[in-house]
Structures are given as structure tokens and as C-alpha cells.
Ligand binder design. Structure first.
Ligand SMILES: Nc1c(C(=O)O)ncn1[C@@H]1O[C@H](COP(=O)(O)O)[C@@H](O)[C@H]1O
Length: 135
């Protein structure tokens, strides 16, 4: 069974991420949800990504503020990575968006919009990627 991996930067992102998890539950899409911060737990994140199961076909990486996480995840896998900028902090997600969207060449992150719509669209986009397998 193909699965989606969702990684968020903090426990404080959990409720936000739930919007995507609810959609996956509704669609019977399998997923794993993990919390890792590139800033705070880089070594653990790297170790986890090194041993990733081949069941995963796409990764969603969610972070607010200075959002290094999606780019770092994209540097550690050849799977498609969808980045979601969370609308937190004094800049309301503009900081996270700019951290995610301008990746150096060769390390792409498919960047969604800021906030709730971006989180839900990440689920829709991941589902489209999984659906390619049956086509
Ligand atoms: N942007 C990052 C990264 C990272 O990019 O590695 N790690 C945590 N964070 C973000 O910091 C915000 C506040 O986190 P805390 O509530 O833990 O202080 C969260 O939205 C998280 O995604």
C-alpha cells in the first residue's frame, strides 16, 4: 500500500496538520505523521529519512516561522516533497512561505499557499500523486 509521510516542525502544528489527516481518513489514504524540526533535531530527522520505508510515495512537510524543514526534507529524499507554510508568528506565514518557495535548483519543494487552504491542498495534491500509480 502506498503511503503519505507528513512531517511537521513542532507539536504545536498538530491541530493545523489534522485538516489534512482528516481528508486522508475520509479517502482511506494511509499515512504516517511525525514531528521533527530541522532546526532543533536535525540529526534525528536525518536518521529517520535515511531509513524511510519504500511504501512512502510523497512527503508533506509543514512548518511556520523560519521554515527550513521542507527544504531539508527535500535534500534527504528523492520523493516529491510538498511544503506547507503555516500562518503563525508576527509575519503570519509570509516568513514560512519565503523560506519554502525559493529553493536552490535540484532540491525542489512543491509549495502550497499559506495556512488552512494550503494544508488542505497539500492533501489533495498528495492524493493526486498517489493516484498516478493506478493510471
Ligand atoms: N520552522 C520550524 C522548524 C524547522 O524549519 O526546522 N522547526 C520548527 N519550526 C516551526 O516553529 C513554529 C513554532 O514552534 P514551537 O511552537 O515549537 O515553538 C512551528 O510552526 C514549527 O513548525
Amino acid at each position: 500500500m502506498s503511503k503519505v509521510l507528513i512531517i511537521a516542525g513542532s507539536e504545536s502544528d498538530k491541530e493545523f496538520v489534522k485538516q489534512a489527516l482528516n481528508l486522508f481518513d475520509e479517502w482511506n489514504v494511509e499515512y504516517e505523521f511525525r514531528i521533527f524540526s530541522a532546526h532543533r533535531n536535525l540529526l534525528e530527522l536525518t536518521e529517520y529519512m535515511k531509513n524511510l520505508s519504500s511504501e512512502f510515495k510523497v512527503v508533506i512537510a509543514v512548518a511556520g516561522l523560519a521554515a527550513a524543514l521542507p527544504g531539508v526534507v527535500a535534500s534527504l529524499t528523492s520523493l516529491p516533497v510538498i511544503g506547507v507554510p503555516r500562518d503563525v508568528g508576527p509575519l503570519n506565514g509570509i516568513d514560512a512561505l519565503l523560506s519554502i518557495v525559493q529553493m536552490p535548483k535540484g532540491v525542489p519543494v512543491g509549495t502550497m499557499g499559506i495556512g488552512n487552504h494550503g494544508m488542505k491542498n497539500a492533501a489533495y495534491f498528495a492524493k493526486r500523486i498517489l493516484d498516478l500509480e493506478g493510471k
